[in-house]
Design a protein around this ligand. Structure first.
Ligand code: ZN
Length: 160
């Protein structure tokens, strides 16, 4: 496992569409391990491969609602259903000082493959649903700053 550098701000890698994973080999397992280690060290709740400069459709998310210690590995993920809509504060490890309100579903279902290539579906509410959307968008070269409806002053966050 290796701690990787998280790309930030205007790095062009964050704007590129990622390629699907078709071969589930040791390189993919290594990538997943690196993403998990980097996410755990970062204090964030989700991390996508392009954020460490790898243009493959892989992301890892912490299920902070149900099992905070569990990391969900999402390979070739797709949000297949969503319900509700709420305006929520959001941030991103690639934009360390940017916070803003975005509109996200209150519930979402994602379909993805695990590290062995097995398909599964998973549902998530609130922050987890938000994370499913945020990380999937990274894989298409979209970043959350494009969706911000109102910026939040970082000073307001620090003060609670
Ligand atoms: Zn992000």
């Amino acid at each position: 496992m290796a701690l990787r550098t998280i790309l930030v701000q205007d790095d062009p890698m964050l704007r590129k569409k990622c390629r699907p994973v078709t071969v589930f080999n040791d390189r993919i397992k290594q990538l997943v391990d690196d993403l998990v280690e980097t996410l755990k060290a970062s204090g964030g709740v989700g991390l996508a491969a392009p954020q460490i400069g790898i243009l493959r459709r892989v992301a890892v998310i912490m299920d902070i609602n149900k099992k905070p210690e569990e990391v969900i590995v999402l390979i070739n993920p797709e949000v297949i259903d969503k319900k509700g809509s709420e305006r929520v504060p959001e941030g991103c490890l690639s934009f360390p000082n940017v916070w803003g309100y975005v509109t996200r579903p209150t519930w979402a279902k994602i379909r993805a493959q695990d590290v062995n290539g097995n398909w599964f579906e998973r549902e998530g509410e609130d922050v987890v649903a938000q994370c499913f959307c945020h990380e999937t968008e990274h894989l298409d070269g979209h970043v959350f700053t494009d969706r911000i409806e109102e910026f939040i002053d970082p000073e307001d966050i620090k003060q609670g």
